[in-house]
Design a protein around this ligand. Structure first.
Ligand SMILES: Nc1ncnc2c1ncn2[C@@H]1O[C@H](COP(=O)(O)OP(=O)(O)OP(=O)(O)O)[C@@H](O)[C@H]1O
Ligand SMILES: [Mg+2]
Ligand SMILES: [Zn+2]
Length: 291
């Protein structure tokens, strides 16, 4: 597959017949995007708030709900998705200008720069334009196929990666902002929300992660610190509150050991919290058909 099908310059076998090279640089990208129903970009102005954990568990939960899901990790400096899903050391199959994502299950496939780095401790120093090109490639050169959801895990901040991601995925991509209740930086969340708006996209809502403590003894959530900041923030920023995910020792353990929490603990209080967060995603209206 070359991605040229449907292009005016495509030869009968689907390859590019244009002698001067492709005349429509976005043809391939648009084809890929047209096969993805919903694009959800998980981000936060802050580091370490659980973006990758939330993104991976959203992806797993949606896949367990019977949806076709792709999980794309665009954290080029510290890709953590391969570890979270026990896919470290896996390599995507490479073809002629295309690569196959790494399957995690029948319904979930994954792509991360982590699959391509020889050593995960190696620091990657890339400038903006290179990152931009890489993210575009990760969308258009990966054989995602028909997806109900593409979930993207971003590095912290409102820098090159979330910007490139939103620009590559286009205006129908929606942002999910992860925050924590402690010392919730309203400025931070506000910045993330307005960043998404400035790029021309919509925010689906805010997730308050590490909110309360999921007690392994009694199975309920104890409010050890003040929580609810995310909800106030959502109100203030004028976006939907998607829910609270408690601090749960099992979430940390499952991340370290590489089994996704939602695969094993769906029935717990934390599992139910994740289910609540994906509810609005499951209820997103289908995009209008392209033709
Ligand atoms: N709800 C939770 N309960 C317990 N531990 C959690 C929870 N959410 C995340 N963690 C833990 O917090 C740490 C940071 O999580 P994670 O890597 O997902 O954050 P991040 O926002 O993606 O970080 P970065 O900004 O570095 O990309 C991990 O060790 C993870 O296991
Ligand atoms: Mg991360
Ligand atoms: Zn308890």
């Amino acid at each position: 597959m070359s991605g040229c099908e449907g292009c005016a310059s495509a030869a009968p076998d689907g390859s590019c017949s244009s002698e001067s090279g492709c005349t429509n640089p976005d043809e391939k990208l648009n084809k890929t995007l047209s096969r993805i129903k919903h694009k959800i970009v998980v981000m936060s102005g802050k580091g370490g708030v659980g973006k990758s954990t939330v993104a991976a568990n959203i992806a797993v939960a949606l896949s367990l709900a019977g949806k076709k899901v792709g999980l794309l990790d665009v954290d080029v400096h510290g890709p953590s998705v391969p570890r979270l899903l026990s896919l470290k050391g896996k390599q995507p199959h490479m073809g002629d200008q295309v690569m196959e994502p790494v399957p995690w299950s029948k319904n979930l496939s994954v792509m991360s720069l982590g699959f391509m780095l020889p050593d995960d401790r190696q620091a990657v120093i890339w400038r903006g334009p290179v990152k931009m090109g890489l993210i575009k490639q990760f969308v258009e050169d990966v054989m995602w196929g028909d997806l109900d959801y593409l979930i993207v895990d971003c590095p912290p901040g409102t820098g090159d990666e979330p910007l490139s991601t939103l620009q590559t995925l286009g205006p129908t991509a929606i942002g999910v902002i992860v925050t924590t209740p402690q010392g919730v930086a309203i400025d931070d969340v506000r910045r993330s929300v307005s960043f998404v708006g400035e790029v021309g996209n919509r925010v689906l809502g805010i997730v308050e992660n590490m909110s309360g403590f999921a007690c392994p003894n009694c199975g309920t959530v104890h409010d050890i610190f003040k929580s609810g900041g995310g909800e106030e923030l959502a109100k203030e920023a004028g976006v939907r509150f998607l829910g609270r995910i408690p601090l749960d020792p099992e979430v940390a353990t499952s991340g370290d050991e590489g089994y996704p929490f939602m695969k094993v603990h769906r029935e717990t209080v934390t599992g139910k919290a994740f289910e609540q967060v994906i509810e609005p995603m499951l209820n997103l209206p289908d995009p209008p058909k392209a033709d």
